[in-house]
Design a protein around this ligand. Structure first.
Ligand SMILES: Nc1ncnc2c1ncn2[C@@H]1O[C@H](COP(=O)(O)OP(=O)(O)O)[C@@H](O)[C@H]1O
Ligand SMILES: [Mg+2]
Length: 323
């Protein structure tokens, strides 16, 4: 119906009035081609250790309740080169690359990490069957390339935020990371970096995050790696950090967590694909006499806008410009 084109027009307007914008382009076709010289591919972006632990748990289907803490400890001690548990590996690493000792850059490797995890779990007193399951499932479900690619991710999420603050928009093309959990990890870490900056600077950033195809990132009734930081941004971003969100999806309920959609200041809506969606919007917006029959007559590019952006108590019908 022209959602992504509407969002593209909103991005251009935000940039025009001096806001900073980071766009997460889920499939690399909606934004990257339109902002060509502003694109960064997500493959370059580093994933933080706690997020790596979540990605490993998701990929290997290891439930967080049992394995979360072990994975977090193992990933963090792996990257920090914890002496006690990594003695053997360190000597191996130094043999391979003499400079590794100096700047402690960890080389990600599936076999080395798995061995480290096993040692670390044993050290923490995990049961043999729990250790064995972790080892087996990582071996079975996670391919070597996942670990190899971690070595090539060198741009920090904080770099991305700083780039956007200098010159916007920044479009993160997520299409070369086909795995949803990795896309979610990038989204989580970039937004998290912005929050860290807000807390360190104690000054609002005036930064907007664009999350299209939101059903992949903040679906209802399903935990995702980036869900909580997006929810925090929806609830508290404007108040504390000058952080805002644009979320777009086909549907409102089901595609977007209730706690997020209840915190959206402005809603654009068009022909709705599901019955209950209009009632859903009506729960927190004054829709006057707009009905499903009215919406059924709308064409591509036509949207009603209601909420903070609209000074009237009636939704305004807009037509998105050529884009
Ligand atoms: N404002 C617009 N200007 C030009 N073409 C548009 C506009 N809105 C929609 N279109 C056309 O409709 C197609 C689908 O629009 P898009 O925004 O990608 O829809 P959605 O995100 O809802 O799937 C676009 O590829 C384009 O051809
Ligand atoms: Mg779209």
């Amino acid at each position: 119906m022209g959602k992504s084109r509407l969002v593209k027009a909103l991005i251009e307007e935000l940039v025009r009035v001096g806001k900073h914008v980071i766009v997460f382009d889920h499939s690399g076709v909606d934004y990257a081609p339109h902002f060509r010289d502003r694109v960064i591919t997500s493959k370059e972006i580093a994933i933080s250790p706690p997020t790596i632990a979540s990605v490993i748990a998701e990929k290997a289907r290891l439930n967080w309740q049992t394995f979360g803490e072990y994975l977090e400890v193992a990933v963090i001690t792996y990257v920090s080169g914890d002496k006690k548990v990594r003695k053997q590996q360190s000597t191996q690493l130094i043999d391979q690359q003499p400079s590794a000792q100096a700047n402690q850059v960890v080389k990600w490797d599936k076999a080395l990490f798995t061995k480290h995890l096993v040692d670390s779990m044993r050290g923490l007193g995990a049961r043999d069957s729990t250790v064995e399951k972790a080892r087996l499932f990582i071996d079975y479900f996670i391919e070597n390339e996942f670990f190899d690619e971690l070595n090539r991710r060198t741009l920090s999420p904080m770099d991305i935020v700083n780039m956007a603050l200098k010159s916007s928009p920044i479009v993160i093309d997520l299409s070369l990371d086909p795995e949803l959990v990795v896309k979610q990890a990038i989204v989580a870490d970039v937004i998290d970096a912005a929050w860290r900056l807000v807390k360190n600077n104690k000054a609002p950033l005036d930064l907007v995050f664009v999350i299209d195809e939101a059903q992949n990132y903040v679906p209802e009734n399903e935990w995702t790696i980036c869900g909580d930081v997006i929810e925090t941004t929806a609830r508290e971003g404007r108040k504390w950090g000058g952080l805002s969100l644009i979320v777009a999806s086909q549907r409102i309920a089901r595609d977007v967590r209730a706690s997020i959609r209840a915190n959206l200041g402005t809603v654009f809506f068009s022909r709705l694909s599901a019955q209950g969606d209009l009632r859903e919007i009506a729960a927190y917006m004054d829709l006057a006499d707009v009905s499903e029959a009215t919406l059924a007559q709308l064409g591509t590019r036509e949207f009603f806008v209601a909420g903070l952006m609209n000074p009237l108590r009636k939704p305004i019908l807009i037509r998105v410009r050529d884009a």
